[in-house]
Design a protein around this ligand. Sequence first.
Ligand code: FES
Length: 101
Amino acid sequence: MILVCAVADLPDGEAHRLEHGDAPIAVFHVDGEYFAIDDTCTHQDASLAEGWLEGCTVECPLHASCFDLRTGKPTGPPAKVPVRTHEVVVRDGNIYVEVSA
Ligand code: FES
């Protein structure tokens, strides 16, 4: 598991971009729940952590594709390919991510 940050450092409605080799990960806090997906949009090269969060959906800042944080599936064009989702674990006041294969 990879340490993301302290729970206190990721307020509700915010995102944290975690560097992870060639595939950075975006971690979101939505109303007490945490979600992790690949940070790079599957349409082109945009950071989803810099997108707009509405409920469990993030909108890409470049061409406005929407992705469901629970499934990684695009819910609005132009992206057609899902982003990977990753397991999030909260332990001892810290947020961790278990990166999917
Ligand atoms: S880069 Fe995300 S929708 Fe185009």
